[in-house]
Design a protein around this ligand. Structure first.
Ligand code: GTP
Ligand code: MG
Length: 265
């Protein structure tokens, strides 16, 4: 394959999250780890803030098991002899103004297999509510875009649901909340966003036949928003796993994120 054909065919993961969460750091680490004998790609330039999307070609090491291998026995030799598996991660800018055009627009990518939403775990406690609210609002918009993708708004048929990994990064910092607490926090904040957006929708006075339900995250029901509700209503599964890309515990949890990727393949 030529390079461009490769990037169109390989399973693709979208890297989203607020500015400074650690997306470019993560993709750089994975690239360093997955250098393949066939390829000598230059390292991506580490800028302070990403301005454009960056497609990075990676290989999943043979030690990571694949979702399609789930039911094979451990002593199946084909599992261990697997070649490093090519996949692509699209790194996106997290800055507010660039999110929509560069990041969320990629949700329609036909090769998309999963979304990795990176959060900075050290800014998720309630003392800095504006930052955690911003992260939650971005996650809300991401999940709603994925929900619309499955319901097939505007197209003839919906597409299969895309799973989401929340990578609770920067677990090395002492102000970090553990993954479970971040999950609770995000669900609470998303519920706030959902309520205020739903009010906005009814104020606009949509027609009864535009299927308003699918325009509200998790559907238009009375229940409070939870990730579980999203899975029950739309089949979109959300997992949260803590880790650290930099700092004293650099690399911690990264294998578990790769295992999540493998599970989508
Ligand atoms: P945008 O491109 O603006 O959307 O940000 P980004 O998500 O790509 O963040 P980036 O990778 O540039 O990281 C932002 C800062 O966080 C850098 O100074 C990183 O060194 C730092 N950082 C990333 N991961 C970790 C981590 O696990 N622990 C600590 N302590 N710092 C981290
Ligand atoms: Mg970046």
């Amino acid at each position: 394959y030529t390079q461009s054909a490769r990037s169109q065919l390989t399973p693709t993961f979208l890297l989203l999250g607020a500015s400074g969460a650690g997306k470019t750091s993560l993709v750089s680490l994975l690239q360093k780890q997955s250098s393949h004998p066939d390829e000598n790609e230059p390292q991506p330039a580490q800028t302070r803030t990403s301005q454009i999307i960056n497609r990075v070609s990676l290989y999943l090491p043979p030690t990571i098991s694949l979702g399609s291998n789930k039911y094979r026995s451990d002593n199946d030799v084909s599992l261990k002899d697997r070649e490093p598996l090519p996949y692509t991660i699209i790194d996106t800018p997290g800055h507010g103004k660039l999110r929509l055009e560069s990041g969320l627009s990629q949700i329609s990518n036909p090769a998309l297999r999963g979304v990795i939403f990176v959060v900075d775990s050290s800014v998720m406690d309630s003392s800095d509510s504006s930052v955690s609210r911003d992260a939650a609002a971005y996650l809300h918009d991401t999940l709603l875009a994925l929900q619309r993708r499955t319901t097939g708004k505007g197209s003839v048929k919906g597409k299969p649901p895309i799973p989401v990994l929340i990578a609770a990064n920067k677990q090395d910092l002492f102000t970090s909340l553990p993954a479970g607490a971040i999950s609770q926090r995000l669900q609470t904040e998303i519920e706030r966003v959902r309520v205020s957006r739903a009010k906005g929708l009814s104020a606009v006075g949509q027609d009864a036949d535009t299927n308003e339900e699918d325009d509200v995250l998790g559907g238009g029901g009375e229940e409070k928003f939870t990730f579980k509700l999203l899975e029950e209503e739309y089949g979109i599964k959300v997992d949260i796993i803590g880790g650290a890309v930099k700092g004293e515990e650099a690399g911690k949890g990264v294998t578990r994120w790769e295992e999540w990727i493998g599970g989508c393949l």
